[in-house]
Design a protein. Structure first.
Length: 47
């Protein structure tokens, strides 16, 4: 067990999102509408 904790961990490489992931999130956020009716919040996707 002591060996596991004493070993130095390799540095993680920089992770970047793919272009299609960014496009999906942006289009989702543009389609999302939140309506407030009294104390309720109604979320709807306009797709």
């Amino acid at each position: 067990m002591a060996k596991i904790y004493s070993q130095k961990q390799p540095a993680a490489s920089k992770m970047l999102p793919k272009k299609r992931t960014i496009d999906f999130l942006l289009s989702y956020s543009k389609a999302l509408t939140i309506l407030k009716v009294g104390s309720l919040s109604i979320e709807s996707i306009a797709n």
